[in-house]
Design a protein around this ligand. Structure first.
Ligand code: PA5
Length: 443
């Protein structure tokens, strides 16, 4: 596996070889279920061979659109939520310099309903040139729909209707939904979310690729990396040779041993949004039928000074998966200081990244010794290719893990409950009965 290594040595004291061997058969079966396309949710498997089936003409159209956006805009407003947001953000934040931007500045909007945020955003963009990419598979999701209504109006009043056609891009279903109807009526360029790819598996479709390309990341390389992962994981059928299967196995094994919460840990701030994407991928795929590992995340060493106590010493129901970057680009060396008043001369000559690696190792051992199993995923470099590889690795592992757990990885029935209540309470036509029922409950 070219970009990734999986080290499970700090999990082994939490289960026996017999426990492990028993699960191997189940995980192999889960993989067969996935690859034979016979499992639950099998009409949403478009992501599985996407790295080799994507339409290269569509990818060229995405790159051209991104080029045009960056030519005439300082800012791209990427409007979307959930799977129509997190994948793109995970990549944009991973490759964007900590200070500044590579391509145009991508601002993610429509992923909450804060009026205060929208008010300040309108103020921030008013003297800037901007374009909008509104992304919604269903085309009816409330959060991005509200944001788009407001931003479209602002854009049209700044540039006029004709120019809006060159500045607004809609990524949505090929035929259905309010956004598709609106985009066609207004003459906006559209990109298609494939029918058989669910939101949280859609980062390698136009959903993720257009904002990613606009941010300056080479999407051809992202897709190449995903293809390498596809070839690795679809051809290696045994747990021993397939780290996606092994990761799925270990997390299910730990879950069955009472470790019901997984913390994805990073030591590099630019990975924070990758963890947000990962949380949605695993949370929405596995949290069903009153089962599922709770996907949490932590940014170390920052959170060692807030959550560290809980992890070391709190209730023993968690395990950690550390996503470590082996070769972090850019570094600073710590120098010797004559008076050594801060007592740090023992670090002189070491770089900050070296200290960070030692912090990773020391923390992993401490948490393991405190009763927290620790999986290590080593990513050898942060490049568009390794990002594509990592995305596909987690998607593949997630599907196998959910099948091993016995749930449909590809639906999200639970997401509807809050929406129904919100619509009813807001007085949406058709929800009158539910409104009355809810009002009785809150009186
Ligand atoms: O993974 C999913 O399917 C969800 O998180 C959706 O992506 C999210 O609800 C947004 O839906 P839509 O793209 O239809 O606006």
């Amino acid at each position: 596996m070219r970009y990734l290594k999986l080290d499970t040595s700090l999990t082994k004291s939490f289960y026996t070889k017999k426990d492990y061997d028993e699960l191997v058969t189940e995980v192999q079966k889960a993989r067969e279920t996935l690859e034979s396309r016979q499992g639950l949710g099998n009409d949403f498997l478009g992501w599985l061979d996407l790295p080799i089936t994507h339409d290269s003409r569509e990818v060229s159209r995405i790159k051209q659109a991104a080029g045009r956006i960056c030519e005439h805009s300082d800012v791209l407003l990427a409007v979307g939520i959930g799977g129509s947001y997190l994948g793109a953000r995970s990549c944009v934040e991973l490759f964007k310099p900590y200070f500044g931007n590579n391509g145009c500045e991508v601002i993610f909007v429509g992923n909450h309903i804060s009026g205060s945020y929208m008010n300040e955003l309108l103020d921030y963009i008013k003297d800037k040139d901007y374009s909008i990419n509104v992304i919604s598979k269903s085309g009816t999701t409330t959060e991005p729909a509200i944001a788009f209504r407001i931003l479209e109006e602002a854009l049209i009043s700044k540039y006029g209707k004709e120019e809006a056609k060159h500045r607004i891009f809609a990524t949505t279903d090929k035929a259905r939904g309010a956004l598709k109807t609106l985009a066609d009526a207004e003459g906006y360029e559209t990109f298609v979310v494939p029918d058989d790819v669910g939101g949280r598996f859609s980062v390698l479709t136009p959903v993720g690729l257009l904002p990613i390309a606009a941010s300056g990341v080479d999407i051809d390389l992202v897709l190449e990396g995903a293809k390498e992962a596809y070839l690795d994981f679809s051809t290696n059928k045994d747990v021993a040779n397939n780290i996606a299967m092994e990761y799925a196995l270990i997390r299910n094994l730990l879950y069955r041993k009472g470790h019901k919460l997984e913390i994805l840990v990073n030591y590099e701030p630019r990975l924070a949004y990758f963890a947000e994407w990962w949380k949605q991928l695993f949370g929405e795929s596995e949290g069903k039928d009153h089962k599922g590992i709770w996907p949490a995340s932590a940014n170390f060493t920052t959170d060692l000074h807030s959550l560290g106590q809980m992890i070391q010493d709190g209730e023993r129901t968690m395990f950690e998966t550390v996503l470590e970057i082996e070769d972090v680009a850019k570094d600073v060396t710590i120098k010797a200081n004559d008076n050594n008043l801060d007592g740090l001369n023992f670090l002189a000559g070491k770089t900050m990244n070296e200290v960070n690696h030692v912090a990773t190792l020391g923390t992993r051992i401490a948490h393991h010794d405190g009763g927290v199993p620790n999986i290590l995923i080593k990513l050898n470099e942060v490049t568009p290719k390794s990002y594509g590889y990592l995305v596909y690795f987690f998607e593949y592992a997630c599907a196998i893990s959910a099948y091993t757990l016995g749930v449909n990885p590809f639906n999200q029935p639970g997401v509807e409950a809050y929406k129904k209540n919100m619509f009813a309470l807001l007085g949406k036509p058709g929800y009158e009965e539910l409104k009355a029922e809810l009002e009785k409950k809150i009186k």
